[in-house]
Design a protein around this ligand. Structure first.
Ligand SMILES: Nc1ncnc2c1ncn2[C@@H]1O[C@H](COP(=O)(O)OP(=O)(O)OP(=O)(O)O)[C@@H](O)[C@H]1O
Length: 246
């Protein structure tokens, strides 16, 4: 299972909440440039896994290495610098409703860029990020003025503005109609190609998964139960895998 030079390596990770043992000796390796989808039923621990990868929550045991860095060894300052290389698209989009789209995109730059760099480069970076998602005209609008699909695009632009090397998507097409879902999936493919990023995607949306996944990992019973391409897993005879593709 180990690849030559994985950009994300999860080894024997366990995570429990009280008696709820969510991740059980979970391991996976993600290679640079992959679009990896994590598939598993509701409550199986997909969000917990990606929160462990970005160190929003701590695993109980095991080791996680991201961009060559053992994440347990990072202090607060190092964690902040390291997080600039990791984009995260929340299911809720998490846009600030009281801020314009420009201010929403400025937010990560405030955290990670110096004032000097922001003064010189922020406007250009914000415009380019919005152009990447086809929404340059929304610069001075408020989130409430945008449709759900547009808000998702803005959230994607914000996740990409620092040019992360790894992007984590938590159910990026949930709540969108199938056409908008396909548009978002295509955008994810386009940005992955443009910036040679690595994507880890949680999704239940078979259309989205079929479009974007180079590989799928099935998270079942807290473990990396199976992995393969969409076609390989769709053809599986194991009932636990089959259930997802019916
Ligand atoms: N902070 C927390 N405290 C206690 N339990 C938690 C916490 N976060 C997650 N859990 C539990 O961990 C389990 C896995 O949750 P998780 O959100 O990872 O599921 P999921 O696979 O992402 O589900 P869904 O597809 O519905 O989003 C659930 O039983 C959930 O209740």
């Amino acid at each position: 299972m180990q690849t030559k030079d994985p950009i994300v390596l999860v080894e024997h990770v366990n995570k429990s909440f009280g008696t709820n043992h969510v991740l059980r000796d979970f391991s996976m390796a993600v290679e640079t440039g992959e679009n990896l989808v994590i598939l598993g039923k509701s409550g199986s621990g997909k969000s917990v896994l990606i929160k462990c990868i970005i160190k929003l929550i701590a695993a109980d045991s095991g080791k996680i290495t991201v961009l060559g860095q053992d994440i347990d060894a990072l202090d607060e300052d190092q964690l902040n610098t390291w997080r600039a290389d990791i984009g995260f698209l929340f299911q809720s989009n998490a846009l600030y409703d009281s801020m314009t789209i420009r201010e929403n995109l400025l937010f990560p730059l405030r955290r990670h860029w110096t004032k000097e760099k922001r003064e010189k480069m922020a406007d250009q970076a914000i415009l380019e990020a919005l152009e990447d998602v086809g929404l340059a005209h929304t610069l001075h609008m408020m989130p409430a003025e945008l449709s759900g699909g547009m808000r998702k695009r803005v959230a994607l632009a914000r996740a990409l503005i620092l040019r992360p090397k790894v992007i984590l998507y938590d159910e990026p097409t949930t709540g969108l109609d199938p056409i908008t879902g396909r548009e978002i999936s295509q955008l994810m493919i386009d940005v992955q190609k443009k910036y040679n990023a690595t994507s880890i995607v949680i999704s239940h949306d078979l259309n989205c998964i079929n479009m974007i996944a180079n590989r799928i990992i099935m998270l079942i019973d807290g473990k990396n139960y199976a992995s393969g391409t969409f076609q390989e897993l769709e053809a599986a005879t194991d009932p636990k895998i089959k259930a997802f593709f019916e």
